[in-house]
Ligand binder design. Structure first.
Ligand code: ADP
Ligand code: DAR
Length: 371
């Protein structure tokens, strides 16, 4: 990753140490978090020793511990509470990031992330051939573009550069992947809201991302590419530089996954992504590291949902995450839940898909067995 410095980071860059003002904000925030009832991993793993060891540190981009934890300091309802303000944060602040990463992904960091292995995409069939339980299937991955910092260190020009770079890539896509790029800056509110309501576009105003300085210069450089059928889509400059996704109605995981693998391959022909041997593909949030794959179904499970404790235990057993129908931090709608693989690091892409496929298979069995 080049040391592309943003104005904000250059202002902070000074040599080595966090400023007295940052140290004061850190101390105040740390004391408030310690007294709070927050259940975040930040609260759990930012012990006094870790805090004292990291509070003075700064990356070569100028990012401090405050840049990484301010979202969790401002939002006690965070589940995680930390983001990497730049790629070096995973190393400079490893004493905080490593235990959070190991806990979330259930993966000991003594090993490296396996090399990318999509496996034979057509290895996965249709989870719901009769079409009576799965509404839709989606598989997404995240990518950080080489040569650009992460959100908190990006200038307005960085956002414009990425959007322009990706538009030139999208123009080369052909066949089933051919489509159009739609910039948020030129999108009407009505079109934007319809795309969000139809589960294609990211929401605006995520308080966790706003607190993490990930929404500056909004909506500059943000947008969505989609093919003619809206089955292959790419988000530009939301939480990550790119979110590449394939989705369609029904439970045909093989078709959705095959399209994603093809689309990522085409985009990769024109762009270089940030990876490292320990964490695989680097992302803004540690929960997305590694393969960055989230493979999900929108599924109707009214019987299991009647006993949420049992449902959550079952999901945990198969390393599945339960979300609402409108994605993260949303509630179920019409009894439809978003179920997906939780782990993304320490597995290959194929293993992530298998974990989701096998888990959902068991969920469907359990739903049908419920009285
Ligand atoms: P991410 O996968 O990037 O973390 P979110 O969970 O925030 O994204 O969901 C983003 C959008 O994608 C939401 O509108 C959500 O409803 C939609 N979505 C996620 N999975 C599916 C699915 N299997 N079918 C249809 N829409 C989905
Ligand atoms: N909302 C933040 C991030 C959790 C993971 N989701 C992401 N990265 N979209 C939290 O700490 O709860």
């Amino acid at each position: 990753m080049s040391k592309a410095k943003c104005k904000k980071c250059e202002e902070k860059c000074g040599k080595g140490k966090a400023s007295p003002e940052v140290l004061n904000q850190l101390q105040t925030g740390y004391e408030k978090l310690a007294k709070s009832d927050s259940g975040s991993m930040l609260k759990r793993f930012l012990t006094k020793d870790v805090f004292d060891k990291l509070k003075f540190k700064k990356t070569s981009f100028g990012s401090t511990l405050l840049d990484c934890i301010q979202s969790g300091l401002q939002n006690f309802d965070s589940s995680i509470g930390v983001y990497a303000a730049d790629p070096e944060c995973y190393t400079v602040f490893k004493e905080l990031f490593d235990p959070i990463i190991e806990e979330y992904h259930k993966f000991k960091l003594i090993a490296n992330q396996p090399a990318t292995d999509w496996g034979p995409p057509n290895a996965f069939g249709n989870l719901d051939p009769k079409g009576d339980i799965i509404v839709s299937t989606r598989v997404r991955c995240c990518r950080t573009l080489k040569g650009f910092p992460l959100n908190p260190c990006m200038t307005e020009n960085h956002y414009q550069e990425i959007e322009k770079l990706m538009q030139s890539t999208f123009n080369t896509l052909t066949g089933d992947l051919k489509g159009t790029y739609n910039s948020l800056s030129s999108m009407t509110k009505e079109v934007q809201q319809k795309l969000i309501d139809d589960h294609y576009l990211f929401k605006e105003g995520d308080k966790f991302l706003q607190s993490a300085n990930a929404c500056r210069f909004w909506p500059t450089g943000r947008g969505i590419f989609y093919n003619e059928k809206k089955t292959f889509l790419v988000w530009v400059c939301e939480e990550d530089h790119l979110r590449i996704m394939s989705m369609q109605n029904g439970g045909n995981v093989g078709e959705v996954y095959t399209r994603l693998v093809s689309g990522v391959g085409e985009i990769q022909k024109k762009n270089e992504f940030v990876t490292n041997e320990k964490f695989g593909y680097l992302t803004f949030c540690p929960t997305n590291l590694g393969t960055t794959i989230r493979a999900s179904v929108h599924i109707k499970v009214p019987k299991l949902a009647a006993n949420m404790t049992k449902f959550k235990d079952l999901a945990d057993r198969y390393h599945l995450q339960i979300r609402g129908a409108a994605g993260e931090h949303s509630a179920p709608k019409d009894g439809i839940y978003d179920l997906s693989n939780k782990r993304r690091l320490g597995l290959t892409e194929h293993q992530c898909l298998k974990e989701m496929f096998d888990g959902i298979t068991e969920i469907i069995k359990a739903e049908k067995a419920e009285k």
